[in-house]
Design a protein around this ligand. Sequence first.
Ligand SMILES: [Mg+2]
Length: 271
Amino acid sequence: MLGEKKYFLFDIDGTLAVDTTLYDGTKEFLEWIEETGGRCFYITNNSTKSRKDYVEKFKNWGIRTEESQFMTASYAACLYLKKYYEGKKIFVLGTPSFIKELKEAGILVTEKAEDHVDCVLVGFDSTLNYDKMTDACRLLFQKEVDFLGTNPDLRCPASFGFIPDCGAICRMLEVTAGRKPYFIGKPNRLIADLCMQQCKGSPEEYLVVGDRLYTDIACGIEAGIETAVVYTGEADPEEVRTSIWKPDYAFDTIRQLYDAVRKARGEGAGR
Ligand SMILES: [Mg+2]
């Protein structure tokens, strides 16, 4: 039930904002959650930015956050690699920011198709070029080299429409090398679990909010948390009707969700 929710796991792109523009109601909703003793987490599959970058981005919107509130696909990838690839060499297709974050986490990273690479990790690489793709293929044709992706999203919302995301980059490699990656980000429940480890409280007190069914909504369902979709990004009512991933709640905008949560708490909507 919406009235029970204290801990919110928000997707960012297409849910709270598009590009650098916050949606109407986002700032008030986030502030209201924290003021009323709740906690906001930001679960994003966007691997172009580190947790530090996100704290800075939110600061520019006038929203105070801490790094621990950001569960990014790149941060989850760091934890995953530390657990399963300790001391192994990882070839990364990623932005300088992502590569820096991995190195700071103690991961042995290379950007060249060298010997003794154990794994290819693909992020949302907005600095991608053909040489990098060729190097990735050189490695993926060695079957002992593993194939990981930060997130399966095919496209990322932009002000004019969409741009290719990690999933689309991986598709190019998939059809070229004939291999499929294992994705660490949403819908993998790992990201939701990392948030739930930080706050005590039952799953009923959590809500996953997102604009995409096969990542955001699927992640909540996989983690046993209720979900709300907002129609400001990718999903629309028609997709909800036909998808296997059904959200518990649906709203046109983040402001409508904010109003509904306040109403469910008996607080009259609007501020
Ligand atoms: Mg989104």
